[in-house]
Design a protein around this ligand. Sequence first.
Ligand code: NAD
Length: 266
Amino acid sequence: MKILNGIKVASIIEKKLKEKIKKNNLKPKLLIIQVGENKASKKYINFKMKKAFQINIEAIKLKYSKNIDEEKLINKIKKNAKNVDGLIVQLPLPKKYNTKKILNAIPLEKDVDGLNPKNNLITPATARGVMDLLFYYKINLKNKKVSVVGKSYLVGKPIAELCLKNGANVKVHDKLTGLIGSEKADILIVAAGQKNLIKNQNIKKNVVIIDVGINVLTNKKIVGDVDRKSVGKKPSAISPVPGGVGPMTVISLFSNLIDILNKNNK
Ligand code: NAD
């Protein structure tokens, strides 16, 4: 069984981005907005800041208290967006905010996460990460049966749309439909956020599995949505958690940022 190594593929993309920045003399500027004190968010932001530094991208973090009101936050996003090439609002936001409305405030051309619901210029970072991982390992989607588990507008839906664009026959599963049919898929992409969801009986022999899920166990260990013990060696390939889609998502937001800058330079 092949391991689809997101750390390795992301580092190859990282090297190419660094070269592009140098060659085109780009001075990318990224703003990361954090609202409130979510511990996981803090960790992800630190990781993104560190990665940005390594790629020669200037990253600035702005942090607001969870007490800032929605309109004020929207104004801050709009105002600060003017001074940078790309802007990320780290999710999840505290519950009182309307996430769609906040993401809507990010100018489309600076939305490097690709999460503004109206954005058809920029591919959402996780979906791009999944595709780049598949492309690197030469896993062709054309005419393949693909099951996507999860259809959130931030993760599952854009992944399913990209699979369709690449010629796959796509079946989307959610909590209501359940997993029926996933056992017929040639490629199974799981983004449900439910540990041990995918078991042996939910997959076909030699399926390729992309595990997008991130679940934090009580002992702080991070696992995906696939029950690795149960599926055993039945898949032909699988992306691990951690070390699969996670690093691909992070590098994709930088790929999106450099694409924006290259477009503006032309
Ligand atoms: P979400 O809660 O918004 O959506 C989950 C989706 O999965 C929903 O459509 C829901 O109906 C479906 N679902 C849940 N339980 C199911 C079940 N038992 N059977 C079938 N479908 C089921 O979550 P999200 O924001 O889309 O994120 C999904 C997962 O991906 C989370 O674990 C999140 O942490 C992870 N994630 C990972 C990355 C990464 O870089 N690896 C990036 C973003 C999100």
